[in-house]
Ligand binder design. Structure first.
Ligand SMILES: [Zn+2]
Length: 308
Protein backbone atom coordinates (compact mmCIF):
# COMPACT_ATOMS: atom_id res chain seq x y z
CA UNK A 1 0.00 0.00 0.00
CA UNK A 2 1.19 3.49 -0.77
CA UNK A 3 -0.51 6.80 -1.38
CA UNK A 4 -0.71 5.89 -5.07
CA UNK A 5 -3.00 2.98 -4.24
CA UNK A 6 -5.51 5.21 -2.50
CA UNK A 7 -8.09 6.58 -4.92
CA UNK A 8 -8.89 10.29 -4.87
CA UNK A 9 -7.61 13.45 -3.18
CA UNK A 10 -4.55 13.73 -5.41
CA UNK A 11 -3.58 17.15 -4.05
CA UNK A 12 -3.37 15.73 -0.55
CA UNK A 13 -1.10 12.93 -1.79
CA UNK A 14 1.21 15.61 -3.19
CA UNK A 15 1.03 17.64 0.00
CA UNK A 16 1.86 14.71 2.26
CA UNK A 17 4.66 13.28 0.09
CA UNK A 18 6.21 16.75 -0.21
CA UNK A 19 5.98 17.14 3.56
CA UNK A 20 7.75 13.80 3.97
CA UNK A 21 10.45 14.48 1.39
CA UNK A 22 11.27 17.84 2.94
CA UNK A 23 11.11 16.27 6.38
CA UNK A 24 8.88 19.01 7.60
CA UNK A 25 6.18 16.98 9.30
CA UNK A 26 4.37 19.11 11.88
CA UNK A 27 3.20 18.10 15.35
CA UNK A 28 -0.54 18.17 14.86
CA UNK A 29 -2.93 17.80 11.96
CA UNK A 30 -6.67 17.82 11.44
CA UNK A 31 -7.87 15.65 8.55
CA UNK A 32 -11.32 17.03 7.82
CA UNK A 33 -13.97 15.86 5.32
CA UNK A 34 -17.11 13.76 4.86
CA UNK A 35 -17.18 10.16 6.09
CA UNK A 36 -15.97 7.35 3.87
CA UNK A 37 -13.62 9.28 1.58
CA UNK A 38 -10.32 7.86 2.79
CA UNK A 39 -9.14 10.17 5.59
CA UNK A 40 -8.21 7.26 7.84
CA UNK A 41 -6.37 5.43 5.04
CA UNK A 42 -4.40 8.58 4.29
CA UNK A 43 -3.57 9.09 7.97
CA UNK A 44 -2.35 5.50 8.35
CA UNK A 45 -0.22 5.68 5.22
CA UNK A 46 1.21 9.01 6.38
CA UNK A 47 1.96 7.51 9.81
CA UNK A 48 3.66 4.45 8.27
CA UNK A 49 5.80 6.70 6.09
CA UNK A 50 6.79 8.93 9.03
CA UNK A 51 7.80 5.91 11.09
CA UNK A 52 9.55 4.04 8.24
CA UNK A 53 13.27 3.68 8.84
CA UNK A 54 14.40 3.47 5.19
CA UNK A 55 16.37 6.37 3.79
CA UNK A 56 13.73 7.24 1.18
CA UNK A 57 11.74 9.98 2.78
CA UNK A 58 8.81 10.16 0.43
CA UNK A 59 6.89 6.93 1.03
CA UNK A 60 7.01 3.96 3.37
CA UNK A 61 9.23 1.11 2.08
CA UNK A 62 6.89 -1.59 3.44
CA UNK A 63 9.90 -3.82 4.15
CA UNK A 64 11.89 -2.35 7.05
CA UNK A 65 11.37 -3.49 10.63
CA UNK A 66 9.16 -0.50 11.34
CA UNK A 67 6.94 -1.02 8.28
CA UNK A 68 6.59 -4.74 8.98
CA UNK A 69 5.47 -4.16 12.56
CA UNK A 70 3.17 -1.38 11.35
CA UNK A 71 1.60 -3.65 8.73
CA UNK A 72 1.01 -6.34 11.36
CA UNK A 73 -0.77 -3.77 13.55
CA UNK A 74 1.93 -4.14 16.11
CA UNK A 75 3.96 -0.93 16.00
CA UNK A 76 4.99 0.26 19.46
CA UNK A 77 5.23 3.90 18.33
CA UNK A 78 1.81 4.07 16.73
CA UNK A 79 -1.60 4.24 18.35
CA UNK A 80 -5.16 4.80 17.17
CA UNK A 81 -7.70 6.17 19.60
CA UNK A 82 -11.35 5.82 18.59
CA UNK A 83 -14.74 5.87 20.23
CA UNK A 84 -15.41 2.63 22.07
CA UNK A 85 -19.19 2.97 22.15
CA UNK A 86 -19.67 4.84 18.85
CA UNK A 87 -20.93 7.84 20.80
CA UNK A 88 -17.99 9.59 22.42
CA UNK A 89 -14.26 9.63 23.07
CA UNK A 90 -13.76 10.02 26.77
CA UNK A 91 -11.18 11.83 28.89
CA UNK A 92 -9.78 8.48 30.12
CA UNK A 93 -8.85 7.60 26.53
CA UNK A 94 -7.01 10.90 26.10
CA UNK A 95 -5.23 10.38 29.43
CA UNK A 96 -4.12 6.97 28.15
CA UNK A 97 -2.76 8.66 24.99
CA UNK A 98 -0.87 11.16 27.15
CA UNK A 99 0.62 8.41 29.26
CA UNK A 100 1.84 6.57 26.15
CA UNK A 101 3.04 9.67 24.33
CA UNK A 102 5.30 10.62 27.22
CA UNK A 103 7.34 7.43 26.75
CA UNK A 104 10.18 7.77 24.22
CA UNK A 105 9.80 6.01 20.85
CA UNK A 106 11.06 2.43 20.67
CA UNK A 107 11.40 1.35 17.02
CA UNK A 108 11.32 4.65 15.17
CA UNK A 109 12.58 8.12 15.83
CA UNK A 110 9.03 9.46 16.11
CA UNK A 111 5.64 8.45 17.43
CA UNK A 112 2.32 8.93 15.66
CA UNK A 113 -1.10 9.08 17.28
CA UNK A 114 -4.36 9.11 15.35
CA UNK A 115 -7.58 10.16 17.03
CA UNK A 116 -10.26 8.84 14.70
CA UNK A 117 -13.72 10.41 14.86
CA UNK A 118 -12.17 13.08 17.04
CA UNK A 119 -15.32 15.20 16.74
CA UNK A 120 -16.73 12.70 19.25
CA UNK A 121 -14.30 13.83 21.96
CA UNK A 122 -16.15 15.13 25.00
CA UNK A 123 -15.39 18.68 26.10
CA UNK A 124 -13.33 17.32 29.00
CA UNK A 125 -11.41 15.07 26.62
CA UNK A 126 -10.69 18.03 24.33
CA UNK A 127 -9.50 20.23 27.19
CA UNK A 128 -7.28 17.41 28.35
CA UNK A 129 -5.83 16.93 24.83
CA UNK A 130 -5.15 20.64 24.60
CA UNK A 131 -2.26 20.35 27.06
CA UNK A 132 -0.53 17.85 24.77
CA UNK A 133 -1.17 19.94 21.67
CA UNK A 134 0.30 22.99 23.41
CA UNK A 135 3.50 21.24 24.40
CA UNK A 136 3.91 18.06 22.42
CA UNK A 137 7.01 15.93 22.98
CA UNK A 138 9.54 16.68 20.22
CA UNK A 139 9.07 13.22 18.64
CA UNK A 140 5.23 13.21 18.70
CA UNK A 141 2.78 13.70 15.85
CA UNK A 142 -0.98 13.76 16.43
CA UNK A 143 -3.53 13.43 13.63
CA UNK A 144 -7.16 14.22 14.38
CA UNK A 145 -9.66 12.74 11.91
CA UNK A 146 -13.11 14.25 11.79
CA UNK A 147 -16.08 15.21 9.65
CA UNK A 148 -17.66 17.92 11.79
CA UNK A 149 -15.27 20.72 12.63
CA UNK A 150 -17.90 22.62 14.61
CA UNK A 151 -17.65 20.06 17.37
CA UNK A 152 -14.02 20.89 18.14
CA UNK A 153 -13.00 23.68 20.48
CA UNK A 154 -11.39 26.63 18.71
CA UNK A 155 -8.37 26.23 20.95
CA UNK A 156 -7.87 22.71 19.56
CA UNK A 157 -8.43 23.78 15.95
CA UNK A 158 -6.00 26.67 16.20
CA UNK A 159 -3.21 24.29 17.16
CA UNK A 160 -3.69 21.87 14.27
CA UNK A 161 -2.81 22.18 10.61
CA UNK A 162 -5.98 21.56 8.67
CA UNK A 163 -6.00 19.22 5.68
CA UNK A 164 -9.35 19.32 3.85
CA UNK A 165 -10.47 16.16 2.05
CA UNK A 166 -12.89 16.26 -0.88
CA UNK A 167 -15.49 13.68 -1.93
CA UNK A 168 -14.31 11.55 -4.84
CA UNK A 169 -15.26 12.57 -8.37
CA UNK A 170 -17.55 10.31 -10.42
CA UNK A 171 -14.53 9.16 -12.45
CA UNK A 172 -12.69 8.19 -9.26
CA UNK A 173 -15.75 6.37 -7.96
CA UNK A 174 -16.03 4.43 -11.23
CA UNK A 175 -12.34 3.54 -10.99
CA UNK A 176 -12.90 2.33 -7.44
CA UNK A 177 -15.93 0.21 -8.31
CA UNK A 178 -14.04 -1.23 -11.25
CA UNK A 179 -11.16 -2.22 -8.94
CA UNK A 180 -13.42 -4.10 -6.54
CA UNK A 181 -15.65 -5.66 -9.19
CA UNK A 182 -15.16 -5.10 -12.95
CA UNK A 183 -18.63 -6.60 -13.55
CA UNK A 184 -20.39 -3.64 -11.98
CA UNK A 185 -22.70 -1.61 -14.12
CA UNK A 186 -22.66 1.70 -12.34
CA UNK A 187 -25.68 3.86 -12.90
CA UNK A 188 -25.78 7.60 -12.38
CA UNK A 189 -28.30 7.03 -9.57
CA UNK A 190 -25.86 4.82 -7.68
CA UNK A 191 -23.14 7.45 -8.13
CA UNK A 192 -25.53 10.12 -6.87
CA UNK A 193 -26.42 8.12 -3.79
CA UNK A 194 -22.74 7.50 -2.96
CA UNK A 195 -21.93 11.25 -3.06
CA UNK A 196 -18.26 10.61 -3.61
CA UNK A 197 -17.90 8.42 -0.54
CA UNK A 198 -16.05 5.11 -0.82
CA UNK A 199 -17.51 4.11 2.55
CA UNK A 200 -20.96 4.53 1.08
CA UNK A 201 -19.83 2.73 -2.08
CA UNK A 202 -18.76 -0.27 -0.01
CA UNK A 203 -22.17 -0.35 1.56
CA UNK A 204 -23.79 -0.02 -1.86
CA UNK A 205 -21.63 -2.91 -3.06
CA UNK A 206 -23.35 -5.14 -0.51
CA UNK A 207 -26.73 -3.70 -1.30
CA UNK A 208 -26.31 -3.55 -5.07
CA UNK A 209 -28.94 -6.20 -5.80
CA UNK A 210 -31.38 -4.40 -3.52
CA UNK A 211 -30.87 -1.12 -5.36
CA UNK A 212 -31.60 -2.82 -8.65
CA UNK A 213 -34.90 -4.03 -7.19
CA UNK A 214 -35.76 -0.46 -6.19
CA UNK A 215 -35.21 0.49 -9.86
CA UNK A 216 -37.79 -2.14 -10.79
CA UNK A 217 -40.33 -0.87 -8.24
CA UNK A 218 -40.06 2.60 -9.70
CA UNK A 219 -40.42 1.31 -13.25
CA UNK A 220 -43.57 -0.58 -12.20
CA UNK A 221 -44.90 2.47 -10.40
CA UNK A 222 -45.46 4.18 -13.71
CA UNK A 223 -47.58 1.29 -14.97
CA UNK A 224 -51.30 1.28 -14.49
CA UNK A 225 -51.50 -2.10 -12.84
CA UNK A 226 -50.61 -1.80 -9.16
CA UNK A 227 -50.20 -5.60 -8.90
CA UNK A 228 -46.77 -5.22 -10.53
CA UNK A 229 -45.81 -2.74 -7.84
CA UNK A 230 -46.79 -5.07 -5.01
CA UNK A 231 -45.09 -8.01 -6.69
CA UNK A 232 -41.79 -6.17 -6.98
CA UNK A 233 -41.85 -4.50 -3.57
CA UNK A 234 -40.81 -7.37 -1.34
CA UNK A 235 -37.36 -5.83 -1.08
CA UNK A 236 -38.77 -2.92 0.93
CA UNK A 237 -40.71 -5.11 3.34
CA UNK A 238 -37.81 -7.48 3.92
CA UNK A 239 -35.02 -4.97 4.42
CA UNK A 240 -35.99 -2.99 7.45
CA UNK A 241 -32.34 -2.53 8.45
CA UNK A 242 -31.44 -0.90 5.12
CA UNK A 243 -34.68 0.93 4.54
CA UNK A 244 -33.25 4.45 4.91
CA UNK A 245 -30.60 3.73 2.27
CA UNK A 246 -33.21 2.25 -0.06
CA UNK A 247 -35.56 5.20 0.40
CA UNK A 248 -32.69 7.62 -0.12
CA UNK A 249 -31.86 5.82 -3.34
CA UNK A 250 -35.50 6.00 -4.38
CA UNK A 251 -35.38 9.76 -3.87
CA UNK A 252 -32.19 10.10 -5.91
CA UNK A 253 -34.01 8.49 -8.85
CA UNK A 254 -37.08 10.64 -8.29
CA UNK A 255 -34.97 13.80 -8.19
CA UNK A 256 -33.41 12.82 -11.53
CA UNK A 257 -36.86 12.24 -13.02
CA UNK A 258 -38.06 15.55 -11.62
CA UNK A 259 -35.08 17.43 -13.03
CA UNK A 260 -35.56 15.91 -16.47
CA UNK A 261 -39.34 16.27 -16.71
CA UNK A 262 -40.19 19.10 -14.33
CA UNK A 263 -43.40 17.22 -13.44
CA UNK A 264 -44.90 17.99 -10.03
CA UNK A 265 -45.86 14.32 -9.50
CA UNK A 266 -42.19 13.46 -8.90
CA UNK A 267 -41.86 16.27 -6.37
CA UNK A 268 -44.94 14.89 -4.56
CA UNK A 269 -43.44 11.41 -4.51
CA UNK A 270 -40.22 12.78 -3.00
CA UNK A 271 -42.33 14.39 -0.27
CA UNK A 272 -44.08 11.05 0.34
CA UNK A 273 -40.73 9.27 0.71
CA UNK A 274 -39.49 11.93 3.15
CA UNK A 275 -42.73 11.65 5.14
CA UNK A 276 -42.30 7.89 5.48
CA UNK A 277 -38.67 8.32 6.52
CA UNK A 278 -39.76 10.57 9.40
CA UNK A 279 -42.68 8.26 10.29
CA UNK A 280 -40.34 5.31 10.57
CA UNK A 281 -38.10 7.34 12.86
CA UNK A 282 -41.04 7.70 15.23
CA UNK A 283 -41.53 3.91 15.22
CA UNK A 284 -44.67 3.88 13.09
CA UNK A 285 -45.88 0.43 12.03
CA UNK A 286 -43.33 -0.68 9.45
CA UNK A 287 -45.42 -2.68 6.98
CA UNK A 288 -48.26 -0.20 7.08
CA UNK A 289 -45.90 2.67 6.37
CA UNK A 290 -44.49 0.90 3.31
CA UNK A 291 -48.05 0.04 2.13
CA UNK A 292 -48.97 3.68 2.50
CA UNK A 293 -45.91 4.88 0.63
CA UNK A 294 -46.36 2.54 -2.32
CA UNK A 295 -50.07 3.26 -2.61
CA UNK A 296 -49.51 6.99 -2.36
CA UNK A 297 -46.76 7.06 -4.96
CA UNK A 298 -48.64 4.83 -7.38
CA UNK A 299 -51.76 7.00 -7.11
CA UNK A 300 -49.71 10.13 -7.56
CA UNK A 301 -47.87 8.85 -10.62
CA UNK A 302 -50.91 7.29 -12.31
CA UNK A 303 -53.45 9.92 -11.47
CA UNK A 304 -51.19 12.58 -12.93
CA UNK A 305 -50.45 10.35 -15.93
CA UNK A 306 -54.13 10.10 -16.77
CA UNK A 307 -54.63 13.82 -16.26
CA UNK A 308 -51.74 14.69 -18.55
ZN1 LIG B 1 9.87 1.09 5.93
Amino acid sequence: MSFQHIIGNEKIKDLLTTTLSHQCVLHSYMFVGPDGIGKFLFAKEFAKSILCSSTSHTEACDSCKSCISFLSDNHPDFLVIDSEDGKSIKIEQIRYLQEKISEKPITSSQKVYIINNSDLMTREAQNCLLKTLEEPPIYAIIILILSNENKLLNTIKSRCTKVSFQPLTNEEMIKYFHTINPEYQLTQSILDVCQGSIGKALKVQNEFELYKQVDTILENMEKEDIVDVWNSSEVLYKNKDNIYDLLEYMNVILVTKLTKSNLIKYANCITSVETIKSRLLTNANYDMSIDYLLMNMWEELNEKNSRN
